[in-house]
Design a binder for this molecule. Structure first.
Ligand SMILES: [Zn+2]
Length: 156
C-alpha cells in the first residue's frame, strides 16, 4: 500500500476473464442486491465469484487484486466485502477473533479449519448430526449453528 503506484487512480486494466458478457452478468447481480456498480467493485466481484466456492480473507482478495493488476486499496476491498456480506452475496465465517473469512458458498454447511495454514474446507451439513441441544435461555431461540472442526497434521 505504500508504493506510489497505489495512487494512480481507477484501474483501466482488463482483468483476466472479465468479458463484456461476464461484466454484464456481474452488474446484474450487484444491482439485484441493491449495490452500486463501480468498476473496482465489479472487478473485485469477478475475482471473488469467478472461481467457484471459496473462502477468502480481505487480505487474500487484496493480494489477488494486486496480482490481477487492479489499483485498489485494502480499504476498498474491505468495504466491498462488507457490502457484499450485508447484501447476502457472501457469508462470514469466524474461526478466530483476529481473522474474518468470507465464504462464497451460501448453502448451509460447516467447516474444517487447518491450524497453521488457516485453510478452511467445506463440510457437508448432512455429515454431522447434532442429536441434542441445550435448553435456550428464556426469550431466545437458536438462530443458527456454526461448526468448525480444527485440524492438525497427524505427525505433530
Ligand atoms: Zn464454506
Amino acid at each position: 500500500m505504500s508504493s506510489p503506484s497505489a495512487f494512480i487512480g481507477p484501474s483501466k486494466t482488463a482483468v483476466a476473464g472479465l468479458t463484456p458478457a461476464r461484466e454484464r452478468a456481474l452488474i446484474q447481480r450487484l444491482r439485484a442486491a441493491n449495490l452500486r456498480t463501480t468498476q473496482p467493485r465489479i472487478q473485485l466481484a469477478h475475482l471473488l465469484f469467478g472461481q467457484g466456492d471459496r473462502h477468502l480473507t480481505a487480505e487474500n482478495l487484496f493480494s489477488e487484486a494486486k496480482a490481477a493488476g487492479l489499483t485498489v486499496s485494502l480499504a476498498t476491498v474491505y468495504n466491498a466485502l462488507n457490502q457484499f456480506l450485508e447484501a447476502g452475496l457472501l457469508r462470514e465465517v469466524i474461526v478466530d477473533s483476529g481473522r474474518s473469512y468470507f465464504d462464497t458458498n451460501l448453502t448451509n454447511h460447516f467447516h474444517f479449519y487447518v491450524d497453521g495454514t488457516g485453510e478452511l474446507i467445506d463440510v457437508p451439513p448432512q455429515s454431522i448430526t447434532i442429536t441434542e441441544m441445550p435448553k435456550t435461555p428464556d426469550g431466545f431461540r437458536v438462530s443458527g449453528v456454526d461448526v468448525v472442526l480444527r485440524l492438525e497434521p497427524k505427525s505433530k
